[in-house]
Design a protein around this ligand. Structure first.
Ligand SMILES: NC(=O)c1ccc[n+]([C@@H]2O[C@H](COP(=O)([O-])OP(=O)(O)OC[C@H]3O[C@@H](n4cnc5c(N)ncnc54)[C@H](OP(=O)(O)O)[C@@H]3O)[C@@H](O)[C@H]2O)c1
Length: 290
């Protein structure tokens, strides 16, 4: 397994395709009932992997399983990633029948809030799944990967894991933290053959755009028109893995913002102001909804 350190490539990844990398691999995906996690599970199955999925809502993860099981071998469980013991038990169950090749710590929630109206409880409601859910998943997976002598953990951060804007303070705090955690673990485990990558999507069509802090889905709130679909995002992620990228930027928006931050900071600043205005409108809308 090759290890490369340093910065991500900002050129688009290939389109994925049918390379054999994932054939007969055993993959764990958290937050697979919808969106990017569902797209990943679907594409992994189509490429010959066996997949373990979970998310917290039993009805939604069961429905995902019923769709995905037509494509290959899928195992499912309704688990909250904030429950460290439950995540560990599920990974133990997976490891009892074979290796844990890939782990995608993907489950997450978003929230748009003005900071002065964000209580500590609301802040934690985002940090618990987005940061500690990743912590729980990684900690549960690492012992199995150490035992088998290899493995690849992919933590889902965001474009907002390196590019900040306003009215998203809890989400951005959680995603910068996931970025930093993953970078740190990559160095810590490099000599023990566990690879870490951080996935940083820009806009992707998913339920996250319409969810409030309680998890209710507001269908009138939609992803921006430039968004990728969940399977297009999954294809970019799997292609990024095939290309051995450590920091996998997904969507042109994510790649452009990374480049602007480094090469044209004034333009990046204008981009952040634009996003802040959009987030402010969402925060005001959600605050009016009560
Ligand atoms: N879509 C984007 O534009 C975008 C951009 C950057 C980063 N991301 C990141 O991508 C990841 C996936 O989000 P998505 O956009 O695909 O949104 P999504 O469609 O809302 O999917 C989120 C998934 O996470 C699950 N989940 C949430 N909280 C959980 C918990 N406590 N325990 C277990 N599962 C939980 C949800 O399950 P339930 O059905 O059980 O609620 C769902 O399966 C997130 O980490 C998000 O921050 C998304």
């Amino acid at each position: 397994m090759a290890f490369q350190f340093g910065y991500p490539e900002t050129k688009p990844v290939g389109t994925g395709g049918s390379g054999p990398l994932f054939s007969e691999k055993r993959c764990f995906v958290t937050g697979a009932s919808s969106g990017i996690g569902f797209g990943l599970a679907k594409r992994l199955l189509e490429r010959g992997a066996e997949v373990w999925i979970c998310s917290r809502n039993e009805r939604r993860i069961r429905a995902a399983y019923e769709t995905l099981s037509a494509l290959g071998q899928v195992h499912w469980a309704a688990i909250d990633v904030c429950d460290a013991d439950a995540i560990a038990r599920y990974l133990d169950e997976m490891a009892a029948s074979g290796p844990v090749d890939y782990v995608f710590a993907n489950a997450g929630v978003s929230a748009a809030h003005s900071f002065e109206k964000t209580t500590r409880k609301e802040f934690d409601r985002v940090l618990e799944p987005n940061l500690y859910g990743v912590f729980n998943t990684d900690q549960a997976a690492i012992p199995h990967m150490l035992r088998q002598g290899y493995g690849h953990i992919l933590n889902v951060s965001s474009m907002e894991g390196y590019f900040a804007n306003g009215y998203h303070s809890a989400y951005i705090t959680s995603k910068f933290a996931v970025f930093g955690l993953t970078e740190s673990l990559r160095y810590e485990y490099a000599d023990r053959n566990i690879r870490f990558s951080v996935i940083c999507p820009g806009p992707v069509v998913s339920n996250i755009w319409g969810r409030d802090a309680e998890g209710n889905i507001h269908t009138e709130r939609k992803a921006p028109p430039e968004s990728l679909t969940e399977v297009q995002a999954a294809d970019e992620i799997l292609a990024g893995i095939e290309e051995e990228r450590n920091i996998i930027l997904v969507t042109d928006t994510a790649r452009t913002s990374w480049q602007k931050l480094r090469e044209a900071p004034a333009s990046a600043d204008r981009f952040a102001v634009h996003y802040t205005a959009a987030n402010r409108a969402v925060a005001q809308y959600l605050e009016q909804q009560g």
